[in-house]
Design a protein around this ligand. Structure first.
Ligand SMILES: [Zn+2]
Length: 309
């Protein structure tokens, strides 16, 4: 079954190693081309991520440097990797091709300058998460003590996203910012978040939040970070399926997708340790009596039914 994975941090790794490792088959990368092929990942989202510690005046350059590796290595060295720049590009992918979608994890890199967001959009960014865990000029992140919501600038960004058919990613937002965003965003998505009712973690969504997403017919993509799944030593695929089951019980069957967070997490779920193992989750779901149609939905089709129009 084809998969679309809405979140990975491979560009951060390529940037950190300054191009020394190659996207094609570097064993250091949990998300490389060979592993995507093996895991039948049809479309992979690649996040731009700039650490909060980077000096404000350098942040935009760091984002551009990561885009450099996206164009020169991910796309440039691998002809079968195809840039997804238009939502209709999904339908044009050939059998041997893998779509690559550029996303932004936190708008810290644009400072207070919407023009910089426009540049990132023109370079291919099609999903924008307002924050990582910290606060920035747009909103507070999930681990910001203040817990404030969306700023006026943050709202301008969401309006920009709406106008340009860019997804607005609510993963990582503070709870208050989540509710502010859900009121404004035309295309909200949670690219990598699990259920707080199953695992009480600040990065997960409460039942109220999950229900609000499903009622808005927005997608929630499950993340493979063990700390967001279960508080135990060896987290299993079965533990992750508990989150899927719970979201289904809240009416999310047609709104659940996948967002691995490979290359951005240190610990792994057993047998779900890099992109080549993606099918293991689907096989386990089938064993849990989910129909093929429903599993196909989680893997790919649900997202396809929710492309911005
Ligand atoms: Zn993240």
């Amino acid at each position: 079954m084809n998969i679309i994975d809405l979140h990975c941090d491979a560009l951060l790794r390529l940037y950190q190693t300054q191009g020394e490792i190659k996207f094609k088959d570097a064993k250091e990368l949990e998300t490389n081309k060979e592993r995507l092929k093996k895991g039948k990942v049809k479309v992979q989202a690649f996040a731009l991520f700039v650490f909060p510690e980077v000096k404000a005046e350098q942040k935009f350059q760091v984002a551009l440097d990561q885009i450099h590796y996206f164009y020169t290595d991910v796309l440039g060295n691998n002809p079968e990797m195809k840039l997804i720049k238009d939502w209709s590009d999904f339908e044009n992918l050939q059998d041997d091709e893998i779509g690559a979608l550029l996303t932004l994890e936190g708008v810290d890199a644009i400072g207070n300058d919407l023009q910089k967001l426009s540049i990132l959009y023109q370079l291919g960014v099609r999903s924008v998460g307002l924050t990582w865990n910290n606060a920035n000029l747009a909103a507070d992140g999930a681990q910001e003590k203040r817990g404030a919501g969306l700023t006026s600038f943050g709202e301008e960004i969401v309006v920009y996203n709406n106008e340009h058919k860019i997804l607005t990613d609510v993963s990582h937002l503070s709870e208050k910012a989540f509710w502010d965003v859900i009121n404004v965003a035309k295309y909200p998505i949670a690219s990598h978040s699990n259920s707080k009712a199953i695992m009480d973690h600040v990065r997960n969504l409460s039942d109220e939040q999950a229900k609000a997403m499903f009622e808005k017919d927005a997608m929630v993509h499950m993340v493979y970070c063990p700390q967001f799944v279960k508080d135990k030593e060896e987290v299993t695929i079965d533990d992750l399926i508990e989150h899927i089951e719970h979201f289904c019980s809240l009416g999310g069957e047609k709104n659940i997708g996948l967002g691995s967070d490979f290359d951005g997490i240190t610990k792994k779920i057993m047998n779900l340790e890099d992109a080549s193992m993606q099918q293991n989750l689907l096989n386990e779901l089938l064993k849990h009596n989910y129909s093929e149609e429903i599993v196909k939905g989680f893997a790919y089709e649900n997202f396809m039914r929710h492309l911005p129009k």
